[in-house]
Write a protein that binds this ligand. Sequence first.
Ligand code: HEM
Length: 186
Amino acid sequence: MEVISRSVALVINQQVTEVVNYPGPDGFLGFRGSFMMDVVVVAMALVLGVMSFSILQVRRKRKFQFHKQLQLGLGMMLLLAIAAFEIDVQFFSTWEERAALSPFFDQVHQWSSPAGISLLVHLCFAVPTVVLWTVVIIQALRHFPSPAAPGAHSRQHRLWAWIGALQMLGTTLTGWTFYWLAFVAS
Ligand code: HEM
């Protein structure tokens, strides 16, 4: 079958895309990312959407308890996504193999190639984001009344929660940049 499709592609003068069998389950976005990488790429869009909605609910409508429930849901979702992603990367897929076809990746100088640098930049956002979100959520649960309402903790929460929200935006944008450089570009 492959011989026929290659011949047809050559006759109509199209480029023949390389079929590579990577270890671990493949993604569903149609690029070289693994299944879990694709799940995380889509989940981050969802996280940004729900987080913006949650902040609007507290800012414009003063729905504090709804905001609390949404943020706790997001926190759980993130923990699950990180756990699944780590299991995938540690035991099933190797991102370096999947990035090998990218012009922005060099296996010999992987941490000085654009894809490697973008991964380091992404980690500089992602790791502090996980730490800050954990602190913001624990502090909010300890210091706001239940059901959630403004109080003595409001000023501190608004400051650190906004920083956490912006960090999450940075984590998503740098994560998508890495994904593009490593698994989309060819
Ligand atoms: C990482 C998780 C969270 C983020 C990113 C977040 C984000 C925010 C932001 C940006 C605001 C300020 C909105 C404004 O400018 O007026 C806010 C306000 C608020 N949040 Fe959160 N939040 C989180 C978790 C929680 C949790 C777990 C609770 C409850 C236990 C909570 C309760 C509140 C309350 C009561 C306010 C209103 C404070 C006031 O204006 O007096 N938040 N949140």
